[in-house]
Design a protein around this ligand. Sequence first.
Ligand SMILES: CC(C)(COP(=O)(O)OP(=O)(O)OC[C@H]1O[C@@H](n2cnc3c(N)ncnc32)[C@H](O)[C@@H]1OP(=O)(O)O)[C@@H](O)C(=O)NCCC(=O)NCCS
Length: 176
Amino acid sequence: MTAPLARRVREDEWARVRDLRIRAVSDPNAAMAFLTTPEQELAHDDEFWRARALHASAGDEAAQFIAEVDGEWVGSATVIVRATGTTDHTGRTVYTARADVVGVYVSPEQRGAGTVDALFDAAAAWVAGLGIRRLTLDVHADNSRAQAAYRRNGFAPTGDSFTSSIGPEIVMERVL
Ligand SMILES: CC(C)(COP(=O)(O)OP(=O)(O)OC[C@H]1O[C@@H](n2cnc3c(N)ncnc32)[C@H](O)[C@@H]1OP(=O)(O)O)[C@@H](O)C(=O)NCCC(=O)NCCS
């Protein structure tokens, strides 16, 4: 299997950003992985996806990384920077600046091939370049495969847990 290469998305790739997100939320495991449904994502117009790609492709607030094999997009992970004193996407207060990884997805045919590692390496390098020393993520308590992949990539449970719209979640963190 060819090793995937991870890189940040470009602004003009908004249609591929849209298509990959729709694929991800249509995955059989999506109900315990993503906070939105295919119906919700399909309802967005092109302007929404243009704005999302622009925000994810430039600046220091967010970055989406995709993994490519022979030009095909086979995975994605998005980093959102959380400044001290703000609230995150679940309404929790941010007490120490951190970077959250959301929307982690690998195409079924590419799983087990190190794709998620390439995505986390790219994400960690970007975050470290901003001077932030913590990568944080939430994962469903029953999503054993994702948790194992995260542990292999240096994440450990913080001990925090909460209930979101997808059910019980635990918080994991990787110190950079
Ligand atoms: C989660 C996901 C990104 C991980 O990528 P991946 O390529 O499948 O991950 P890997 O195969 O590299 O690693 C999976 C780990 O889980 C283990 N594993 C595989 N199946 C498992 C299962 N059913 N239960 C528990 N662990 C399992 C593997 O052995 C491996 O651990 P190891 O490296 O310690 O041996 C991918 O499976 C995916 O996109 N899933 C659907 C969406 C999702 O759940 N996203 C995460 C949202 S938080």
